[in-house]
Design a protein. Structure first.
Lengths: 340, 255
């Protein structure tokens, strides 16, 4: 287990470096390293290098780092949500978060809401509406028996349709073509808007969420076996599910606020990792975030390069690469979804 | 460890599922709970392994209130074999058994492995350790879950239909294995002959209330069986062992 995580960690570092080195503008490897060093140490760069330095340090690096953070967060939350609702088809967005966030984001993009918040308007509005959506789902899904898996999924799915309808009306009513295009880009997920300002907060939230989930890995094992089993093992299913709901809401809300709704990572990475290391959450939650980060860093590189200088939504790449890989792994056999 | 159920009432959604249950399992005794479908057996057992909280009454382990204990502390002394065994994800047998170590503190990976290996050997599933739980037969699953309960190293074992899905040899096997463990056991059982043969004391539950209790052969009398289960029972002696066995047929329709 340790060797695998170490290998993935090293691979991730390497991929981060590649992600910074690769892009629509060709910048030599030596220059990239020089600019990174300059950025780290605060050294000055020559006047003629300023444009290239800005690309490396101000655009690519935060984007690559944010990609890793978002990928890790989506994978970790995907694992947690699947255990929480005990359903292999669940992903971080099944609880209505992403469609909720889309309402807030599109209010900013299309209607110019919260203009007073300046560059923070989009993230703040998306985050706030993601949390509002989660709170609504929570309030509706609650029952005297606590949060039951089926109620959670049904409520999340039903409310997601409602939020999507609101978004569609906004896009439909928007006169400006360019705004509708960026709203579309946001719905599909993109790291194109990454700035340094977003990285620390997102990184801290994802790291804290990951650490918490990893600490509760054994309890998640029990919860995945059923509420009665976890009760018999001394884990209160209702309160664990409540905690999980809060943690996944915070992480998903943060991730969606900075990158939109990037699909596939949170659904498939948990399964791929289970195929490789088994279902024990102690291992899955160690490996999945690393794998999610790796996937998203590379998917983003491809999305930038494929039709450079135009960008594909990164969600398209995760699907194009991920779906065949996933089907191949599944067909190889030995992996059971809920006994089916 | 002695288990006392004192005047326990359990409600769900406003309905009383069991009421005013008094039941005692002495230290090391094997007590059976029998009753028709829907009589409240599982409900009562659920309130013991804390999946349900009684609306009234107390459950005590050697005098200590079970529902006042910290959940993990309770799980260290009382383990259960619940009826549900659904898993959405394919844990291996070894992983399922290892979950039994969850409530314990101060454990090492090595000691956990050893305890789990012993539990798997006792229930005869050691050879399945690397297999996926979802791919097992019903009987194998049941023995794996029993191994998990044993890996909890409890002093009280609560079993809900432990012989479900088991063939006859494994039924006898599992019950004598549980007996031999020297644990305090409360088990809900469907098979009355099996219950009579393995239990020190039987409680009969019907309509959410205890209607009879005592040594099996004092309890399982034809009039009671007719009233509670709606069957006609014929006690016969086992030609080999001399033990009393019950044969059943439906009661003639009353006119």
């Amino acid at each position: 287990m340790l060797p695998l995580s170490l290998a993935l960690g090293l691979l991730l570092l390497l991929s981060l470096a590649c992600g910074v080195g690769l892009g629509a503008t060709g910048i030599g490897r030596a220059d990239v390293l020089r600019f990174l060093w300059a950025g780290l140490t605060g050294a000055t760069v020559h006047e003629r290098d300023v444009a290239a330095y800005t690309i490396v340090w101000e655009i690519r690096l935060p984007r690559v780092l944010l990609g890793a953070v978002v990928g890790a967060g989506l994978a970790a939350v995907g694992v947690a949500v699947q255990a929480m609702v005990r359903n292999a088809l669940a992903d971080p967005f099944v609880l209505g978060v992403s469609s909720g966030a889309a309402v807030g984001a599109n209010a900013v993009i299309l209607l110019g809401a919260f203009a007073g918040l300046g560059v923070w308007a989009l993230s703040a509005s998306a985050f706030a509406s993601a949390l509002a959506a989660m709170a609504l789902v929570y309030a509706v899904a609650r029952s005297p028996r606590g949060l039951t898996p089926l109620r959670l999924i049904l409520t999340g799915t039903a409310l997601a349709y409602g939020f999507e309808a609101v978004t569609t009306v906004m896009v439909f009513g928007a006169a400006r073509g360019e705004a509708a295009r960026s709203a579309m880009m946001w719905l599909l997920g993109s790291l194109g808007g990454a700035t340094w300002a977003q990285v620390p907060l997102a990184a801290v939230t994802v790291a804290a969420g990951w650490a918490w989930l990893r600490r509760r890995a054994e309890a998640l094992n029990a919860l995945a076996m059923g509420d009665e089993t976890s009760a018999a093992l001394g884990v209160r299913p209702a309160s664990l599910r409540r905690e999980l709901f809060l943690v996944t809401a915070a992480v998903t809300g943060t991730v969606v606020a900075v990158s939109g709704a990037i699909g596939f990572v949170g659904l498939m990475v948990p399964h791929v990792v289970r195929m490789l290391v088994g279902a024990d959450h102690r291992r899955v939650l160690t490996v999945a975030p690393l794998a999610g980060a790796l996937l998203l860093v590379w998917a983003d590189v491809v999305s930038r390069l494929l039709f450079a200088p135009a960008e594909l939504p990164v969600g398209v790449i995760t699907a194009v690469v991920g779906v065949p890989a996933f089907l191949l792994l599944m067909r190889r056999g030995g992996y059971a979804f809920g006994g089916r | 460890m002695r288990l006392d159920i004192d005047d326990v009432t359990v409600e769900a959604a406003g309905t009383r599922l069991v009421e005013h249950i008094r039941l005692t399992v002495d230290d090391g005794a094997f007590v059976g709970l029998v009753g028709p479908n829907g009589s409240g057996k599982s409900t009562l057992l659920r309130s013991l392994y804390r999946a349900l909280r009684p609306a009234g009454g107390t459950v005590r382990l050697d005098g200590e209130d079970l529902h006042a204990m910290e959940p993990r502390a309770a799980a260290r002394v009382l383990a259960a074999l619940p009826q549900e065994s659904s898993a959405e994800f394919d844990f291996t047998v070894a992983e399922v058994v290892a979950m039994g170590r969850l409530p314990h503190r101060d454990r090492t990976a090595a000691s956990d492995r050893e305890i789990c290996a012993r539990a798997m050997e006792r229930t005869g599933v050691h050879h399945l350790a690397g297999r996926g739980f979802l791919g097992l037969s019903g009987g194998e699953k049941q023995r794996v879950l029993l191994a998990r309960a044993l890996a909890q190293q409890p002093r009280v074992l609560v079993l809900d239909e432990p012989t479900n899905h088991l063939d006859i040899a494994h039924q006898l096997d599992v019950l004598s294995l549980v007996r031999a463990g020297g644990l305090t056991v409360l088990a809900a059982l469907h098979d009355l002959n099996l219950a009579a043969a393995h239990c020190d004391v039987l409680y009969v539950i019907a309509g959410g209330r205890i209607v009879a209790s005592g040594p099996p052969h004092d309890v399982l009398r034809p009039p009671l069986l007719a009233e509670v289960f709606g069957v006609r029972a014929h006690p016969v002696r086992h030609p080999g062992t001399g033990a009393v066995q019950l044969l059943f047929d439906l009661l003639p329709p009353t006119t």
